[in-house]
Design a binder for this molecule. Structure first.
Ligand code: PHE
Length: 354
């Protein structure tokens, strides 16, 4: 019995892994193991012998069993230690260099425009890009037969067959947000509405989707003079140039009366564009006094209230300010272009930087 004990306890301690340990278990206390065979011999013993040997064999079986369990736990601990040592990693090492994303010029300029007009008391409003033809046209004093509808190269949405209601449109300008804002807040009001607009047009200065910002101020005695001051103030702040010169050129829009297009003085000398000097003029926006029909469409009494509105191309003024030559590249998602013309996340626009 003592020989058996020494032999198997020795083997248990010598086992180097779980498989070896299992071999020992089977050989010692498995069903056909040596201890089990000895137990079978009990049947051939006298009752006295049996009473003596039986408990000792059981004790031996238990002892070997616990030795195996203890050895197994020790092996598992050692394996875990080894794994922890081999999978160790230095959390103080520097990280891999990260590519930094940039802010798209359209986003940057939208923020700049918003910040400048916010300083002048304008809130920001937004409207849907899929509009009814009422908001996009009729409410803005552009009736069905009006040539402006054709001029705008409108994208029409499809209607189900047999549905003869007028189709929705992709808004061709941000002016429908004028009406939605009038409905939402009434007068007096001062809002700008930046967003995407759509026209079927494509060349170096036109893309089927582009960005506009609408501006609108309604009060009891708003005049063309307020419009002029407001836009000049904006351009000086936006282009960061005191010498900015604007030209108000009489024009026509169905939704404003009188109407003016606004050009900015510039020079193309030597192939580079310089603002505020030279003899050329570049158109940057359309504007005017809101037509009484339009105020009425928005639920505002034109005998009591009046106001101005303007619509400016965000992409256009971004190209001018940052010297970006081709509009189409704005929407190509070319990473090289974005890294070159994009802005760092911390280049937050503020009116009071300079
Ligand atoms: N909606 C006009 C356009 O897209 C611009 C505009 C807006 C003109 C407001 C006058 C007043 O061309």
């Amino acid at each position: 019995m003592d020989d058996l004990r020494d032999k198997y306890l020795g083997q248990v301690m010598a086992a180097v892994d779980e498989a070896a340990l299992e071999q020992v278990r089977l050989a010692a206390i498995g069903k056909k193991g040596e201890v089990a065979l000895k137990m079978r011999e009990l049947g051939r013993m006298t009752p006295e012998e049996r009473q003596q040997v039986g408990p000792r064999l059981n004790a031996l079986k238990n002892e070997i069993g616990s030795a195996i369990a203890a050895r197994k736990a020790a092996l598992e601990d050692a394996a875990l230690d080894a794994r922890l040592r081999s999978e160790w990693l230095d959390v103080t090492l520097p990280t891999r260099a990260r590519r930094q994303g940039t802010i798209h010029p359209v986003s940057q300029v939208t923020e700049e425009v918003t910040a400048i007009f916010a300083d002048m008391g304008f809130a920001v409003a937004e409207g849907p890009q899929i509009e009814t033809d009422w908001y996009n046209f009729d409410a803005l004093n552009i009736p069905g037969h009006h040539p402006a509808r054709a001029e705008m190269d409108t994208f029409y949405m499809a209607r189900a067959e047999g549905d003869d209601r007028p189709p929705h449109v992709l808004r061709t300008h941000t002016s429908p947000v004028q009406i939605r804002s009038m409905e939402a807040t009434g007068a007096p009001t001062r809002v700008i509405c930046p967003g995407r607009v759509y026209r079927a047009d494509y060349d170096q200065t036109h893309t089927p989707m582009f960005h506009q910002v609408e501006g609108m101020a309604i009060d009891r005695d708003i005049s063309m003079a307020n419009l002029k001051w407001c836009l000049e103030e904006f351009c000086r702040a936006f282009f960061e140039l005191d010498g900015i010169e604007l030209r108000f050129r009489a024009s026509h829009f169905p939704f404003t009366e009188p109407s003016a297009e606004v050009d900015i003085r510039c020079s193309w000398e030597g192939g580079t564009l310089r603002l505020g000097e030279g003899d050329d003029w570049l158109e940057i926006l359309g504007s005017g006094m809101i037509h009484p029909h339009v105020l009425r469409s928005g639920g505002i009494d034109p005998d009591e209230w009046q106001g101005f509105a303007f619509g400016m191309g965000i992409d256009r003024i971004a190209m001018l300010k940052y010297g970006i030559p081709d509009l189409r590249a704005f929407f190509d998602s070319d990473l090289r272009w974005l890294r070159h013309y994009g802005f760092g996340a911390l280049a937050a626009p503020t009116r009071h930087a300079g």
